[in-house]
Write a protein that binds this ligand. Sequence first.
Ligand code: FAD
Ligand code: NAP
Length: 523
Amino acid sequence: MLNVPPQAFPAPSSQQRVAASGRAKVPLKPGRSLMDWIQLTKSGKDLTGLKGRLIEVTEDELAKHNKKEDCWICIRGFVYNVTPYMEYHPGGEDELMKAAGTDGTDLFDQVHRWVNYESMLKECLVGRMTVKPVAAPKEISSALSEEKKRLNGMLPEKKALGASAKDLTPSYDWFQTDSSITIVIYTKKKEMNAESVVVDCQDKRLRGEIIMDDHSYLIEVDLIHAVQEDMTVNIAEKVGKVEITLKKKDNIHWKILGHPLESHNTFIKRTDRGLFYRKCKLASKTEVTHDTKLLCLMLPKSTHLQVPTGQHIYLKQIIAGTEVVKPYTPVLPSLPLDFKEPFHRDGAYIYLMIKIYSSGLFTQALDHLQIGDYISVSNPEGNFKKSQVQTSEDLFLLAAGTGFTPMVKLLNFTLTEVSCLRTVKLIFFNKTEDDILWRNQLEQLALKDERFEVQFILSQPTKDWVGKQGKISSSLLSEFVKRSRKDSKVLICICGPTPFTEQGVQYLKDLGYCQEEIHAFTA
Ligand code: FAD
Ligand code: NAP
């Protein structure tokens, strides 16, 4: 229902008026009243220009739509195409244009926080923002300008950061030999690991991000001289020291490391850091089922990136002139069927298991990629932490369709590295037998490792199916999710279509499992 106090959207008037709030109202043309707007939104006309599809919008993409005839505005993370609404806006076009191509939440809140814009602009909804706009804290900005001077040799290092900031913030240093440059980052945090470090060096631009819980430390420099393509990253895990070694292209002495970029030497909340993308080459594409493929993407030589268990990345493509971003959860090339050694952690490839939807905007474009084509891949994101499962005795994995993807690395990690693990049960929901991903491998794994069990449940089986059938329900879950011992430590992970996940979590809570015992994978 529309929730709009009448004074906010007056009937068309030929007189310009000022509302009680002080906000100017402008005369609206005949036929541009609120009722006219409502009728337009109900007319079935495509008001977003996206034919009803919702997309994920990057800050860069949002900024491009900043003209009256092409105007997108973000409010609380949702992006609206307000061009069709321009002439209907009681505050006038100019008011609306103040937020064109930007996050207009603050402006909106100042003027009409109480307006139910969600329903007003429902038909104008383009999609969600992929990242929140970054606002660097003041002290970081000032530290940064100091840092710029230091990097350019204008200040001695000891003056670069204030004492209190220095205690909390990681720091870095660099040194050189005739043939190499080494950048050393002191994270001041013990127990760093390779997954916490993402480094890219392309076209003389070095970017090294260290993830420390929910914070991110970044070094980002335009190097003063060229380097070779290969790069090594060494992590002294126990002392929290990260060493990035680059090979000089020419054996000359570097007077300075380079020129710092905007976010260089900042330590901010991870969620405030924009996503960084690098181009990866499609190395292979193999069939998993009739509609699902395993894509192997090759990272550039000068990238160090390992996607942590339970996290996802974003793929970015330009589709019909618009930047489109979608999340995907990397898997492994296969299930851990050989237990002699954990998987070789080369880190040179990312494997994605992707279902191609016949009417899918993004997956259709993905399916048209040829071997050797490039696609942009972001840094990892996600809120799953390995520590959640490290002390588990019983692990239950509830997956529907491609919701199986986060379970792949989880299976590998728990079966090879969690010593207290007693049982792992995968309850895998699919429509038909043909839809079951890696069925053969799952059955082999169950034969090889007595801790692992798999249960397939089909919602649309053929007559021949003798296994379980149905949809996620309280009774199915009470049948399959059981502690191996009365007080055993349990973790239940769930992933699939949003309603599946939401229903599953509710059923589990109703069955007496607490919040800490349940992890739902979402975007
Ligand atoms: P759209 O153009 O958005 O939709 C077209 C049609 O396809 C829809 O009408 C519908 O019929 C069907 N469809 C689209 N999306 C869905 C959906 N989510 N559920 C059911 N039907 C749908 N997908 C993978 O294949 N592998 C992954 O590893 C993976 N990881 C993900 C991780 C996260 C954190 C999230 C949130 C989603 C993940 N997805 C994954 C889903 C993926 O992000 C896209 O939603 C999916 O690829 C469809 O995109 P599309 O543009 O092709 O479809
Ligand atoms: P699908 O084949 O359409 O469905 C798989 C099974 O789930 C089917 O048995 C289906 O039953 C059931 N199901 C579908 N919708 C349901 C609902 N609303 N309530 C209960 N059961 C439902 O699944 P898919 O196309 O592979 O989609 C997988 C989903 O997982 C996508 O939405 C994707 O975004 C999500 N995903 C999320 C993440 C993440 O968040 N990290 C990672 C990977 C995938 P029916 O016969 O009734 O349809």
